[in-house]
Design a binder for this molecule. Structure first.
Ligand code: NAI
Length: 268
C-alpha cells in the first residue's frame, strides 16, 4: 500500500525546504530530520546522521524515508566520509532494524560527472552508464547507490536512487538548462519513487522535461514520473546573460560541469 508517513532527512536544506511544502499535498505526513534546526518546525528531529540511536527513533514507524541529508558539495574526504558515507550507512541500518521497506535516496549527477555530455545528435546518457564520479562528493553518491543495491539484494529494502540534476526554483546557468529539476517536478518524481511498485533498486535521472536534457528519463518515467516543466522558457535570457560555456571547458565537456576542474587534468 502507498506510504503515508515519510521521514524527510535534510529538511533544513534547499531541496528539503521546498519538499516540505510540496510533498504534503500528495497526502504524506512528514517527519523532519536535520542536523540544523528546521525553521518553523519545532517538532523536527535535530540530529546528526552519526547518531544511530536518534536515527533509529526517527525511522521508527514510518512507511518510507526520503534521504536528502548530507554534504551537497565537494568537501574534505573526512567530512564526506562521516556525513555521506557513514551517515547513509547508519540511515540504512536504522531502516533495516526498524523494518522500513522503501527509501528514496538523493544521488547526484556528480556520481557520473566525468561522463561526456552528449553533443547535438548524439544519444543521451543512459541510466546504466558506469559510475564516473567527479569529486569525493560524487564518489559518496556512488557509494550510496551501491549501498542501496546491497540492501535490496541482502535485506529486501527497496530504493529509488534519484540522480538529481539541479533542483532550484529557477535555472541560473547554461548547464542548468540541461540539468534543471523544477521543485514541482522534484515533488512529482519523489512521489512516483515512493509509490511505484516493485522498484527493487532503481536508478533514475532527476530532471524536468528539458529540451536540452543530456540524459535518459525512461526509468524515471517508468516509475510514473511525468515531468511538466522545461527549462527552455529561461534559455534565451540565460544564454544572453551568461554566454555559452567556452569550448573545451569542463562546463562544455562533462555532465558534472565545474565540479570536474579540481584537479585540472581535463580534457582527457
Ligand atoms: P543542502 O546542503 O541545502 O541540504 C542538505 C541538508 O543536510 C542541510 O540542511 C544539512 O544541515 C543537512 N546535513 C548535512 N550533514 C548532515 C548530517 N551529518 N546529519 C544530518 N543532517 C545533515 O543540499 P540540497 O541542495 O538541499 O540537496 C539535498 C540532497 O540532494 C543532498 O543529498 C544533495 O547531495 C542532493 N543533490 C542536490 C542537488 C541540487 O540541485 N540541489 C543536485 C544533486 C544532488
Amino acid at each position: 500500500s502507498a506510504p503515508r508517513t515519510v521521514l524527510l532527512t535534510g529538511a533544513a536544506g534547499g531541496v528539503g525546504t521546498l519538499m516540505r511544502e510540496l510533498l504534503p499535498p500528495y497526502g504524506y505526513e512528514l517527519r523532519l530530520l536535520d542536523v540544523a534546526p528546521v525553521q518553523g518546525a519545532p517538532d523536527a528531529v535535530v540530529a546528526d546522521l552519526a547518531d544511530r540511536t536518534a536515527l533509529r527513533e526517527a525511522v521508527r514507524g514510518v512507511d518510507a524515508v526520503v534521504h536528502l541529508a548530507g554534504i551537497s558539495l565537494e568537501a574534505d574526504f573526512d567530512k564526506i566520509m562521516a556525513a555521506n558515507i557513514a551517515g547513509t550507512y547508519n540511515l540504512y541500518e536504522a531502516a533495516r532494524e526498524e523494518g522500513v521497506r522503501r527509501v528514496v535516496l538523493a544521488s547526484s549527477n556528480h556520481a557520473v560527472g566525468f561522463t561526456r555530455r552528449p553533443r547535438e545528435g548524439e544519444p543521451v546518457v543512459p541510466v546504466d552508464t558506469p559510475h564516473r564520479p567527479d569529486t569525493f562528493y560524487g564518489l559518496s553518491k556512488c557509494f550510496g547507490e551501491d549501498l542501496a543495491q546491497l540492501y535490496w539484494d541482502l535485506h529486501g529494502i527497496e530504493t529509488v536512487s534519484v540522480r538529481i540534476g539541479s533542483c532550484f526554483p529557477e535555472p541560473t546557468s547554461v548547464r542548468m538548462l540541461s540539468m534543471w529539476l523544477s521543485p514541482a517536478d522534484c515533488a512529482r518524481l519523489l512521489h512516483a519513487s515512493l509509490t511505484a511498485e516493485s522498484v527493487g533498486h532503481t536508478v533514475a535521472y532527476g530532471s524536468s522535461a528539458n529540451t536540452r536534457a543530456w540524459w535518459d528519463l525512461s526509468t524515471a518515467r517508468a516509475l510514473g514520473y511525468d515531468p511538466q516543466d522545461d527549462s527552455e522558457v529561461y534559455a534565451e535570457k540565460i544564454v544572453a546573460d551568461k554566454g555559452l560555456p567556452e569550448e573545451g571547458s569542463a562546463d562544455d565537456l562533462y555532465l558534472g560541469g565545474h565540479f570536474c576542474v579540481d584537479p585540472p587534468r581535463w580534457p582527457h
